[in-house]
Each structure stands twice: as C-alpha cells, then as structure tokens.
Design a protein around this ligand. Structure first.
Ligand SMILES: C[S@@+](CC[C@H](N)C(=O)[O-])C[C@H]1O[C@@H](n2cnc3c(N)ncnc32)[C@H](O)[C@@H]1O
Length: 255
C-alpha cells in the first residue's frame, strides 16, 4: 500500500527533532542504568509493567534513537529490532549501537507495514513511537501479525485526558477543548506540523480485543512530587501531571 501522507509529514517533523534535540540527548539516554518510563522517568522497578525479557525477541515499533530498545537488550532480550521511518533517527540509533556495542538491528520502515515475517517476535513494543504516530487501526493489527502466539504487545502513550485538554498550542490546558467521542487523528500545526493518533481508552480496549489480544494490565501515570519539567518534552507541565494522569502503559497478550 502507498505510504499515507501523514507518514511523510511526521518524518519531516522527526528529522527536525533529531537535529534540535534527540541526537544530542541520545548518549545520556543510552547510558542510563535500568529502565525508566516516559516523561517523568518512572523506574520500571517500581512500575512493574514489563515481563521478564530474558531470552526474548523484541520488535520496537517507532524506535527513535532506540534508547528503550537498548535498555531491553541490556535487560537480557536476545534480539531487539528497531523499526523507524526517519533516517536521521536511525542514524543516531546506529551510532549509539556502534558505540555501546549492544547488537541491536534496525529497519527503515513505516511501523504500519513492516517488512518482517509473521510470528517472528515474543514482544512488540512502543514508547511514544507507533503508539502515537501511527493509526491504531493499522499498527495494532501489524503488531499482532509480527507476534508469536502468546506474544505480548506493550506500549506507552499519552492519556486520552491529555488529548481532550490539548488545544493546538504550546501547552496542555486545564479545560476540555475537544470531544472525546470519535477522537482519532489529531493534526498539529502550532509547533511545527505533525499528525498523531489517539483514540479513547474504551475504544483501545475494544480494538485490542477485536485484534485478538487479552489486556493483561493498563496503568495511568502521574508525575511524582519529585518529578521535574522535562528538558525538551515540555508540552505537559509537571504541575498538570501531578493532578491528572498524563501517560499510560498497556500490556496485552496475543491469544
Ligand atoms: C519519541 S520517538 C520514540 C522514542 C523511542 N522510544 C526511543 O527509545 O528512542 C518517536 C519515533 O517514532 C517515529 N515514527 C513516526 N512515525 C512513524 C511511522 N509511521 N513508522 C515508524 N516510526 C515512526 C519517529 O521517526 C520517531 O523516531
């Protein structure tokens, strides 16, 4: 199928992000000891949303500079394949992989249509990759295709609450600015042009069930008292996220 037009838009946006901050930040992220989740760096040792990854084969959909994939490999995954659509992000990921010698593999592709065989992974993972930049009606079935029976899909994204409070401006608001009903594609224009996809939580449960997943766990995350504003992902201020959950993690098993 021809590449949807939003994929090129987001590639441009991430090429720019790479030049502005992700390339610079990659070394520190790859150097981090242990696994942390999301904007507020919540430790997996406290959150507990990952299965034991020792010996597993993992595909990361929208891997970016692949720091999360690096942490998963260090945690014992036998194979981590990062899929991303932005060459600049993959250049950074490859340079880090070379420097840290972790043996990740990378593929340049749209995560909605991955050139890898059916049933070839134990875990499909995304942290703010396909989980927000791809159409869930396309990437969730694609993740299911890539997973072996009993394989797990684990992903992090913003909550639907963030999105219904999101005007097309610099910061999330403290009021509802868009309907939740039918929410799906969000085209941003204020801070560069990009397209995200977010569906209501209940719709995500339905989509996962219809795609052949059992939801094993679902967690909403708040910022903690000791959390600080993120240096470059500043869209959700820490004060907002102390009062409302800004991030969520899904864990589902392919039946
Ligand atoms: C926030 S970064 C992911 C960060 C990642 N968790 C890491 O460990 O570095 C989002 C990534 O999604 C990628 N992306 C956006 N649209 C995509 C698509 N259709 N297919 C694959 N990757 C995509 C972008 O190129 C970008 O590198």
């Amino acid at each position: 199928m021809a590449e949807p037009e939003y994929v090129a838009v987001n590639r441009d946006s991430w090429t720019q992000a790479n030049a502005e901050y992700t390339d610079r930040a990659a070394h520190e992220e790859w150097s981090r000891e242990g696994i942390t989740w999301g904007q507020w760096h919540q430790p997996e040792s406290e959150i507990g949303m990952l299965p034991d990854v020792a010996g597993t084969e993992i595909v990361e959909l929208g891997c970016g500079t692949a720091y999360f994939g690096a942490w998963l490999k260090r945690a014992g995954a036998s194979r981590v394949v990062g899929v991303d659509v932005t060459p600049a992000q993959l250049d950074t990921a490859r340079a880090m992989n070379e420097e840290f010698g972790l043996g990740l593999e990378f593929i340049e592709a749209n995560a909605e249509e991955v050139p890898l065989p059916d049933a070839s992974f134990d875990i499909a993972f995304s942290e703010y990759g396909a989980s927000i930049w791809c159409d869930p009606n396309r990437w969730i079935p694609e993740a299911a295709r890539l997973l072996r029976p009993n394989g797990e899909l684990i992903f992090m994204c913003n909550t639907d609450l963030v999105q219904v409070c999101s005007p097309d401006e610099e910061k999330v608001a403290e009021r509802l600015v868009r309907p939740l009903r039918g929410m799906h594609r969000l085209d941003w224009t204020s801070e560069g042009i990009s397209t995200e996809f977010h569906i209501p939580t209940a719709d995500m449960f339905g989509l996962l069930r219809r795609t052949g997943f059992d939801v094993l766990d679902y967690r909403q995350l708040y910022a903690r008292e000791d959390s600080a504003d993120h240096p470059y992902y500043s869209y959700v201020p820490v004060e907002w996220a102390r009062r409302w959950p800004s991030e969520e993690i899904w864990r589902a098993r392919k039946t």
